[in-house]
Write a protein that binds this ligand. Structure first.
Ligand SMILES: Cc1cc2nc3c(=O)[nH]c(=O)nc-3n(C[C@H](O)[C@H](O)[C@H](O)COP(=O)(O)OP(=O)(O)OC[C@H]3O[C@@H](n4cnc5c(N)ncnc54)[C@H](O)[C@@H]3O)c2cc1C
Length: 394
Protein backbone atom coordinates (compact mmCIF):
# COMPACT_ATOMS: atom_id res chain seq x y z
CA UNK A 1 0.00 0.00 0.00
CA UNK A 2 1.27 3.46 -0.83
CA UNK A 3 2.14 5.51 2.21
CA UNK A 4 1.57 9.25 1.67
CA UNK A 5 2.05 10.41 5.26
CA UNK A 6 5.18 11.70 6.94
CA UNK A 7 5.99 10.35 10.38
CA UNK A 8 6.82 13.02 12.99
CA UNK A 9 10.51 12.43 12.29
CA UNK A 10 10.01 12.73 8.52
CA UNK A 11 7.97 15.92 8.93
CA UNK A 12 10.79 17.42 11.01
CA UNK A 13 13.30 16.40 8.33
CA UNK A 14 11.13 17.98 5.62
CA UNK A 15 11.05 21.25 7.60
CA UNK A 16 14.82 21.09 8.01
CA UNK A 17 15.35 20.65 4.25
CA UNK A 18 12.96 23.54 3.49
CA UNK A 19 14.75 25.86 5.85
CA UNK A 20 18.13 24.83 4.48
CA UNK A 21 17.02 25.56 0.92
CA UNK A 22 15.58 28.91 1.95
CA UNK A 23 18.72 30.11 3.70
CA UNK A 24 21.39 28.44 1.55
CA UNK A 25 20.01 28.03 -1.96
CA UNK A 26 17.92 31.16 -2.46
CA UNK A 27 20.95 33.53 -2.29
CA UNK A 28 22.66 31.44 -4.98
CA UNK A 29 19.66 30.91 -7.27
CA UNK A 30 20.16 33.98 -9.50
CA UNK A 31 23.87 33.22 -9.98
CA UNK A 32 23.23 29.58 -10.85
CA UNK A 33 20.56 30.60 -13.35
CA UNK A 34 22.82 33.23 -14.94
CA UNK A 35 25.71 30.79 -15.33
CA UNK A 36 23.38 28.15 -16.79
CA UNK A 37 22.76 30.39 -19.81
CA UNK A 38 26.37 30.11 -20.91
CA UNK A 39 27.30 26.60 -19.73
CA UNK A 40 26.11 23.17 -20.82
CA UNK A 41 24.93 21.69 -17.54
CA UNK A 42 27.92 19.37 -17.18
CA UNK A 43 30.29 22.17 -16.15
CA UNK A 44 31.06 22.95 -12.50
CA UNK A 45 30.56 26.74 -12.71
CA UNK A 46 31.63 28.93 -9.72
CA UNK A 47 28.19 29.24 -8.10
CA UNK A 48 27.44 25.57 -8.67
CA UNK A 49 30.74 24.80 -6.92
CA UNK A 50 29.69 26.94 -3.93
CA UNK A 51 26.36 25.10 -3.77
CA UNK A 52 28.11 21.72 -3.92
CA UNK A 53 30.37 22.73 -1.03
CA UNK A 54 27.42 23.88 1.05
CA UNK A 55 25.62 20.61 0.42
CA UNK A 56 28.80 18.67 1.07
CA UNK A 57 29.28 20.34 4.48
CA UNK A 58 25.82 19.10 5.38
CA UNK A 59 26.50 15.59 3.95
CA UNK A 60 23.69 16.10 1.43
CA UNK A 61 25.59 15.83 -1.85
CA UNK A 62 24.88 12.11 -1.76
CA UNK A 63 22.05 11.66 0.75
CA UNK A 64 21.73 7.97 -0.14
CA UNK A 65 25.36 6.96 0.38
CA UNK A 66 26.50 5.41 3.68
CA UNK A 67 28.04 7.90 6.11
CA UNK A 68 31.39 6.07 6.13
CA UNK A 69 31.78 7.01 2.44
CA UNK A 70 30.78 10.67 2.84
CA UNK A 71 27.04 10.37 2.33
CA UNK A 72 24.26 11.07 4.79
CA UNK A 73 23.05 7.46 5.01
CA UNK A 74 19.47 8.70 4.93
CA UNK A 75 16.66 6.17 5.01
CA UNK A 76 14.80 5.76 1.69
CA UNK A 77 11.86 7.96 2.74
CA UNK A 78 14.16 10.83 3.76
CA UNK A 79 16.05 10.62 0.46
CA UNK A 80 12.70 10.87 -1.23
CA UNK A 81 11.71 13.89 0.88
CA UNK A 82 15.03 15.57 0.06
CA UNK A 83 14.49 14.96 -3.68
CA UNK A 84 10.89 16.09 -3.52
CA UNK A 85 11.65 19.33 -1.66
CA UNK A 86 14.58 20.26 -3.90
CA UNK A 87 12.41 19.59 -6.96
CA UNK A 88 9.54 21.65 -5.51
CA UNK A 89 11.97 24.55 -5.04
CA UNK A 90 13.53 23.98 -8.44
CA UNK A 91 16.87 23.86 -6.62
CA UNK A 92 19.87 22.43 -8.42
CA UNK A 93 20.42 18.84 -7.34
CA UNK A 94 23.87 17.34 -7.53
CA UNK A 95 22.84 14.17 -9.21
CA UNK A 96 23.99 12.97 -12.54
CA UNK A 97 25.48 9.62 -13.07
CA UNK A 98 28.46 10.15 -10.73
CA UNK A 99 26.40 10.55 -7.54
CA UNK A 100 23.44 8.45 -8.60
CA UNK A 101 25.10 5.51 -10.29
CA UNK A 102 28.92 5.45 -10.33
CA UNK A 103 29.45 6.12 -6.60
CA UNK A 104 26.90 3.54 -5.42
CA UNK A 105 28.43 0.97 -7.83
CA UNK A 106 31.96 1.61 -6.51
CA UNK A 107 30.64 1.36 -2.96
CA UNK A 108 28.91 -1.95 -3.76
CA UNK A 109 31.38 -3.82 -5.98
CA UNK A 110 34.57 -1.73 -5.80
CA UNK A 111 37.65 -2.37 -3.65
CA UNK A 112 38.62 -0.19 -0.67
CA UNK A 113 41.41 1.35 -2.81
CA UNK A 114 38.94 2.18 -5.59
CA UNK A 115 36.59 3.77 -3.05
CA UNK A 116 39.43 5.86 -1.59
CA UNK A 117 40.61 6.91 -5.06
CA UNK A 118 37.27 7.88 -6.59
CA UNK A 119 34.57 8.70 -4.03
CA UNK A 120 36.06 12.02 -2.75
CA UNK A 121 36.24 13.51 -6.28
CA UNK A 122 32.64 12.48 -6.96
CA UNK A 123 31.45 14.01 -3.70
CA UNK A 124 33.19 17.33 -4.34
CA UNK A 125 31.77 17.46 -7.88
CA UNK A 126 35.26 18.15 -9.22
CA UNK A 127 35.56 14.83 -11.07
CA UNK A 128 33.03 14.30 -13.83
CA UNK A 129 31.97 10.84 -15.04
CA UNK A 130 30.23 9.50 -18.12
CA UNK A 131 28.66 6.17 -18.96
CA UNK A 132 30.16 4.14 -21.83
CA UNK A 133 27.60 1.40 -22.45
CA UNK A 134 25.87 1.98 -25.83
CA UNK A 135 27.56 1.28 -29.15
CA UNK A 136 26.40 1.73 -32.74
CA UNK A 137 25.29 -1.93 -32.79
CA UNK A 138 24.38 -2.34 -29.12
CA UNK A 139 21.68 -0.25 -27.43
CA UNK A 140 18.56 -2.12 -26.35
CA UNK A 141 20.50 -5.34 -26.87
CA UNK A 142 23.45 -4.05 -24.85
CA UNK A 143 25.05 -7.45 -24.31
CA UNK A 144 26.03 -7.63 -27.99
CA UNK A 145 28.60 -4.86 -27.45
CA UNK A 146 31.85 -5.29 -29.39
CA UNK A 147 34.42 -2.92 -27.85
CA UNK A 148 37.34 -5.21 -27.02
CA UNK A 149 39.70 -5.21 -24.03
CA UNK A 150 42.69 -7.55 -24.26
CA UNK A 151 44.89 -8.35 -21.25
CA UNK A 152 48.52 -7.25 -21.67
CA UNK A 153 50.64 -7.70 -18.52
CA UNK A 154 49.17 -5.48 -15.80
CA UNK A 155 47.02 -3.57 -18.30
CA UNK A 156 44.12 -4.13 -20.67
CA UNK A 157 44.29 -2.65 -24.16
CA UNK A 158 40.98 -1.28 -25.39
CA UNK A 159 39.82 -0.79 -28.99
CA UNK A 160 36.35 0.09 -30.19
CA UNK A 161 33.67 2.74 -30.05
CA UNK A 162 30.85 4.02 -27.83
CA UNK A 163 28.00 6.29 -28.89
CA UNK A 164 25.41 8.63 -27.32
CA UNK A 165 27.81 9.13 -24.39
CA UNK A 166 26.30 12.03 -22.42
CA UNK A 167 28.82 14.51 -21.05
CA UNK A 168 31.87 12.64 -22.44
CA UNK A 169 33.26 16.00 -23.60
CA UNK A 170 33.43 17.15 -19.95
CA UNK A 171 34.22 13.82 -18.34
CA UNK A 172 37.40 12.84 -16.53
CA UNK A 173 36.37 9.19 -16.12
CA UNK A 174 34.06 6.72 -17.80
CA UNK A 175 32.39 3.55 -16.58
CA UNK A 176 33.07 1.31 -19.53
CA UNK A 177 31.76 -2.08 -20.61
CA UNK A 178 34.11 -4.01 -22.91
CA UNK A 179 34.30 -7.58 -24.17
CA UNK A 180 37.16 -9.55 -22.64
CA UNK A 181 36.13 -13.08 -23.71
CA UNK A 182 34.72 -13.17 -27.26
CA UNK A 183 34.18 -16.94 -27.07
CA UNK A 184 31.94 -16.90 -23.98
CA UNK A 185 28.12 -16.52 -24.21
CA UNK A 186 27.52 -12.81 -24.79
CA UNK A 187 26.50 -11.87 -21.21
CA UNK A 188 29.48 -13.74 -19.75
CA UNK A 189 32.46 -12.28 -21.60
CA UNK A 190 32.09 -8.63 -20.58
CA UNK A 191 34.25 -6.74 -18.03
CA UNK A 192 33.42 -3.49 -16.24
CA UNK A 193 36.18 -0.87 -16.22
CA UNK A 194 36.85 2.62 -14.95
CA UNK A 195 38.58 4.43 -17.80
CA UNK A 196 40.62 7.63 -17.50
CA UNK A 197 39.20 9.84 -20.27
CA UNK A 198 42.52 11.70 -20.47
CA UNK A 199 44.47 8.52 -21.35
CA UNK A 200 46.22 8.45 -24.76
CA UNK A 201 44.04 6.95 -27.52
CA UNK A 202 40.67 8.26 -26.25
CA UNK A 203 38.99 10.51 -28.78
CA UNK A 204 35.68 12.32 -28.19
CA UNK A 205 33.60 13.55 -31.13
CA UNK A 206 30.54 15.75 -30.49
CA UNK A 207 27.02 14.81 -31.59
CA UNK A 208 24.65 17.79 -31.66
CA UNK A 209 21.03 16.87 -31.03
CA UNK A 210 17.93 18.21 -32.81
CA UNK A 211 17.44 20.80 -30.03
CA UNK A 212 20.82 22.16 -31.19
CA UNK A 213 22.67 21.35 -27.98
CA UNK A 214 25.85 19.39 -27.51
CA UNK A 215 24.90 16.86 -24.88
CA UNK A 216 26.15 13.51 -26.11
CA UNK A 217 29.14 12.24 -28.09
CA UNK A 218 30.84 9.42 -29.91
CA UNK A 219 33.91 8.09 -28.10
CA UNK A 220 36.64 6.16 -29.93
CA UNK A 221 39.33 4.00 -28.33
CA UNK A 222 42.58 3.21 -30.07
CA UNK A 223 44.97 1.03 -28.08
CA UNK A 224 43.92 2.68 -24.82
CA UNK A 225 45.64 1.17 -21.76
CA UNK A 226 43.62 0.57 -18.60
CA UNK A 227 45.53 -0.68 -15.54
CA UNK A 228 44.04 -3.91 -14.15
CA UNK A 229 43.43 -2.12 -10.83
CA UNK A 230 40.66 -0.21 -12.63
CA UNK A 231 38.51 -3.29 -13.19
CA UNK A 232 35.25 -2.97 -11.29
CA UNK A 233 34.30 -6.32 -9.83
CA UNK A 234 35.56 -9.49 -11.52
CA UNK A 235 36.85 -10.04 -15.04
CA UNK A 236 34.12 -11.35 -17.37
CA UNK A 237 31.40 -10.62 -14.80
CA UNK A 238 30.91 -7.01 -15.87
CA UNK A 239 27.34 -7.60 -17.03
CA UNK A 240 26.21 -8.21 -13.47
CA UNK A 241 28.01 -5.08 -12.24
CA UNK A 242 26.38 -3.03 -15.00
CA UNK A 243 22.96 -4.29 -13.96
CA UNK A 244 23.79 -3.26 -10.36
CA UNK A 245 24.50 0.26 -11.65
CA UNK A 246 21.17 0.46 -13.45
CA UNK A 247 19.39 -0.73 -10.29
CA UNK A 248 20.50 2.47 -8.56
CA UNK A 249 18.12 4.55 -10.60
CA UNK A 250 15.65 5.85 -8.05
CA UNK A 251 12.01 6.85 -8.30
CA UNK A 252 11.61 9.73 -10.73
CA UNK A 253 9.96 12.05 -8.21
CA UNK A 254 12.11 14.97 -9.41
CA UNK A 255 10.79 14.66 -12.93
CA UNK A 256 7.20 14.08 -11.71
CA UNK A 257 7.28 17.28 -9.64
CA UNK A 258 8.91 19.15 -12.55
CA UNK A 259 6.14 18.04 -14.94
CA UNK A 260 3.42 19.14 -12.54
CA UNK A 261 5.14 22.53 -12.18
CA UNK A 262 5.36 22.88 -15.98
CA UNK A 263 1.64 22.16 -16.34
CA UNK A 264 0.86 24.68 -13.57
CA UNK A 265 2.96 27.33 -15.34
CA UNK A 266 1.03 26.70 -18.58
CA UNK A 267 -2.27 26.99 -16.70
CA UNK A 268 -1.10 30.33 -15.21
CA UNK A 269 -0.10 31.52 -18.67
CA UNK A 270 -3.51 30.62 -20.13
CA UNK A 271 -5.25 32.39 -17.21
CA UNK A 272 -3.17 35.58 -17.40
CA UNK A 273 -5.13 38.68 -18.36
CA UNK A 274 -3.51 39.21 -21.76
CA UNK A 275 -4.10 35.57 -22.66
CA UNK A 276 -7.63 35.25 -21.32
CA UNK A 277 -8.96 34.36 -24.79
CA UNK A 278 -6.70 31.33 -24.64
CA UNK A 279 -8.09 30.26 -21.28
CA UNK A 280 -11.58 30.34 -22.76
CA UNK A 281 -10.80 27.89 -25.57
CA UNK A 282 -12.54 24.66 -24.66
CA UNK A 283 -10.15 22.28 -26.39
CA UNK A 284 -7.22 23.88 -24.59
CA UNK A 285 -8.99 23.86 -21.24
CA UNK A 286 -9.63 20.12 -21.65
CA UNK A 287 -6.08 19.45 -22.78
CA UNK A 288 -4.63 21.25 -19.74
CA UNK A 289 -7.02 19.39 -17.43
CA UNK A 290 -5.84 16.08 -18.94
CA UNK A 291 -2.17 16.99 -18.45
CA UNK A 292 -2.82 18.04 -14.86
CA UNK A 293 -4.51 14.72 -14.04
CA UNK A 294 -1.73 12.79 -15.77
CA UNK A 295 0.97 14.71 -13.88
CA UNK A 296 -0.73 13.68 -10.62
CA UNK A 297 -0.70 10.09 -11.92
CA UNK A 298 3.07 10.30 -12.46
CA UNK A 299 3.46 11.50 -8.85
CA UNK A 300 1.46 8.47 -7.63
CA UNK A 301 3.71 6.07 -9.53
CA UNK A 302 6.78 7.63 -7.92
CA UNK A 303 5.16 7.30 -4.48
CA UNK A 304 4.51 3.62 -5.21
CA UNK A 305 8.14 2.98 -6.07
CA UNK A 306 9.45 4.75 -3.01
CA UNK A 307 7.02 2.87 -0.79
CA UNK A 308 8.33 -0.42 -2.21
CA UNK A 309 11.94 0.62 -1.64
CA UNK A 310 11.07 1.74 1.88
CA UNK A 311 9.72 -1.77 2.52
CA UNK A 312 12.96 -3.32 1.23
CA UNK A 313 11.40 -4.46 -2.06
CA UNK A 314 13.14 -3.96 -5.41
CA UNK A 315 10.89 -2.29 -7.99
CA UNK A 316 11.06 -4.16 -11.27
CA UNK A 317 8.25 -3.78 -13.83
CA UNK A 318 6.91 -1.01 -11.53
CA UNK A 319 9.99 1.08 -12.34
CA UNK A 320 9.39 0.43 -16.05
CA UNK A 321 5.78 1.60 -15.67
CA UNK A 322 6.93 4.81 -14.01
CA UNK A 323 9.68 5.47 -16.60
CA UNK A 324 7.39 4.76 -19.55
CA UNK A 325 4.50 6.83 -18.23
CA UNK A 326 6.60 9.82 -17.12
CA UNK A 327 8.60 10.05 -20.31
CA UNK A 328 5.61 9.75 -22.63
CA UNK A 329 3.79 12.27 -20.43
CA UNK A 330 6.71 14.68 -20.67
CA UNK A 331 6.31 14.58 -24.45
CA UNK A 332 2.56 15.27 -24.15
CA UNK A 333 3.21 18.19 -21.77
CA UNK A 334 5.75 19.60 -24.25
CA UNK A 335 3.20 19.29 -27.09
CA UNK A 336 0.56 21.00 -24.94
CA UNK A 337 3.03 23.81 -24.22
CA UNK A 338 3.28 24.43 -27.97
CA UNK A 339 -0.53 24.56 -28.21
CA UNK A 340 -0.70 27.03 -25.31
CA UNK A 341 2.14 29.28 -26.46
CA UNK A 342 1.22 29.33 -30.14
CA UNK A 343 3.73 31.40 -32.11
CA UNK A 344 5.64 32.24 -28.91
CA UNK A 345 6.62 28.55 -28.86
CA UNK A 346 8.91 29.16 -31.82
CA UNK A 347 11.04 31.72 -29.99
CA UNK A 348 14.43 30.36 -29.07
CA UNK A 349 17.18 32.98 -28.97
CA UNK A 350 18.23 36.49 -29.94
CA UNK A 351 15.19 38.16 -28.42
CA UNK A 352 14.26 39.40 -24.92
CA UNK A 353 11.25 37.10 -25.04
CA UNK A 354 13.57 34.10 -25.46
CA UNK A 355 14.39 34.21 -21.75
CA UNK A 356 10.69 33.74 -21.01
CA UNK A 357 9.65 31.33 -23.75
CA UNK A 358 12.87 29.74 -25.01
CA UNK A 359 12.77 26.87 -22.54
CA UNK A 360 9.48 25.64 -24.01
CA UNK A 361 10.93 25.48 -27.48
CA UNK A 362 13.98 23.65 -26.15
CA UNK A 363 11.81 21.35 -23.99
CA UNK A 364 9.63 20.39 -26.95
CA UNK A 365 12.59 19.32 -29.06
CA UNK A 366 14.59 17.74 -26.22
CA UNK A 367 11.60 15.67 -25.08
CA UNK A 368 11.83 13.50 -28.22
CA UNK A 369 14.84 11.75 -26.64
CA UNK A 370 12.91 10.94 -23.43
CA UNK A 371 11.43 7.75 -24.83
CA UNK A 372 14.86 6.52 -26.03
CA UNK A 373 17.35 7.40 -23.25
CA UNK A 374 17.61 5.03 -20.30
CA UNK A 375 15.78 2.24 -22.20
CA UNK A 376 13.20 2.82 -24.94
CA UNK A 377 9.44 2.74 -24.40
CA UNK A 378 9.19 -0.49 -26.41
CA UNK A 379 11.67 -2.18 -24.06
CA UNK A 380 9.75 -0.90 -21.00
CA UNK A 381 6.52 -2.31 -22.50
CA UNK A 382 8.24 -5.68 -23.06
CA UNK A 383 9.26 -5.74 -19.38
CA UNK A 384 5.77 -4.81 -18.17
CA UNK A 385 4.15 -7.39 -20.48
CA UNK A 386 6.42 -10.29 -19.52
CA UNK A 387 7.45 -9.65 -15.89
CA UNK A 388 4.40 -7.63 -14.83
CA UNK A 389 1.55 -9.24 -16.73
CA UNK A 390 3.12 -12.70 -17.10
CA UNK A 391 2.58 -12.75 -20.87
CA UNK A 392 4.79 -15.16 -22.84
CA UNK A 393 7.80 -13.87 -24.75
CA UNK A 394 7.41 -13.67 -28.54
C1 LIG B 1 19.59 11.77 -24.81
C2 LIG B 1 20.25 10.43 -24.74
C3 LIG B 1 21.30 10.24 -23.86
C4 LIG B 1 21.96 9.01 -23.80
N1 LIG B 1 23.02 8.87 -22.95
C5 LIG B 1 23.70 7.70 -22.94
C6 LIG B 1 24.88 7.57 -22.13
O1 LIG B 1 25.30 8.51 -21.44
N2 LIG B 1 25.54 6.39 -22.16
C7 LIG B 1 25.13 5.32 -22.91
O2 LIG B 1 25.77 4.28 -22.87
N3 LIG B 1 24.01 5.43 -23.70
C8 LIG B 1 23.31 6.58 -23.74
N4 LIG B 1 22.20 6.72 -24.54
C9 LIG B 1 21.84 5.60 -25.43
C10 LIG B 1 20.56 4.87 -25.05
O3 LIG B 1 20.77 4.07 -23.92
C11 LIG B 1 20.15 4.06 -26.29
O4 LIG B 1 19.85 4.98 -27.33
C12 LIG B 1 18.95 3.19 -26.03
O5 LIG B 1 19.26 2.15 -25.13
C13 LIG B 1 18.40 2.59 -27.33
O6 LIG B 1 19.40 1.96 -28.05
P1 LIG B 1 19.62 2.29 -29.62
O7 LIG B 1 19.66 3.76 -29.78
O8 LIG B 1 20.79 1.49 -30.08
O9 LIG B 1 18.31 1.78 -30.36
P2 LIG B 1 17.98 0.27 -30.74
O10 LIG B 1 18.19 -0.63 -29.57
O11 LIG B 1 18.68 -0.07 -32.02
O12 LIG B 1 16.41 0.37 -31.01
C14 LIG B 1 15.87 0.89 -32.24
C15 LIG B 1 14.35 0.75 -32.17
O13 LIG B 1 14.00 -0.63 -32.07
C16 LIG B 1 13.21 -0.86 -30.91
N5 LIG B 1 13.54 -2.16 -30.30
C17 LIG B 1 14.78 -2.66 -30.06
N6 LIG B 1 14.70 -3.87 -29.48
C18 LIG B 1 13.39 -4.14 -29.34
C19 LIG B 1 12.66 -5.25 -28.81
N7 LIG B 1 13.29 -6.31 -28.27
N8 LIG B 1 11.31 -5.20 -28.82
C20 LIG B 1 10.66 -4.11 -29.36
N9 LIG B 1 11.30 -3.04 -29.90
C21 LIG B 1 12.64 -3.06 -29.88
C22 LIG B 1 13.58 0.26 -29.95
O14 LIG B 1 12.55 0.50 -29.00
C23 LIG B 1 13.77 1.42 -30.90
O15 LIG B 1 12.54 2.00 -31.23
C24 LIG B 1 21.53 7.94 -24.62
C25 LIG B 1 20.45 8.12 -25.50
C26 LIG B 1 19.82 9.35 -25.58
C27 LIG B 1 18.68 9.52 -26.54
Amino acid sequence: MVDFNDTAEEAAFRAEVREFLETEYEPLRAGIRKEARTSDGFELTPTRRTWFRTLSDRGWVAPAWPEEYGGAGLPVKQQFIFNEETAERRALRPGGIAIGMVGPTIITIGTEDQRADHLPGILSGEVVWCQGYSEPGAGSDLASLETRAVKDGDDYIVNGQKIWTSGAHRADWMILLARTDPDAPKHKGITYFMLDMHAPGVQVQPLVNMADTHEFNEVFFEDVRIPAKNVLGEENRGWYGAVTTLDFERSSIGSAVGMRQNVEALIDFAKSSDQSALGRRESLRNELADRYIEAQGAMMMSYRIITMQDQGLIPNYEASMSKLYSMELNQRVATTSMHVLGLHGQIRGGDDRAAKYGRYNYGYMRSVANTIEGGTSEIQRNIIATRGLGLPRA
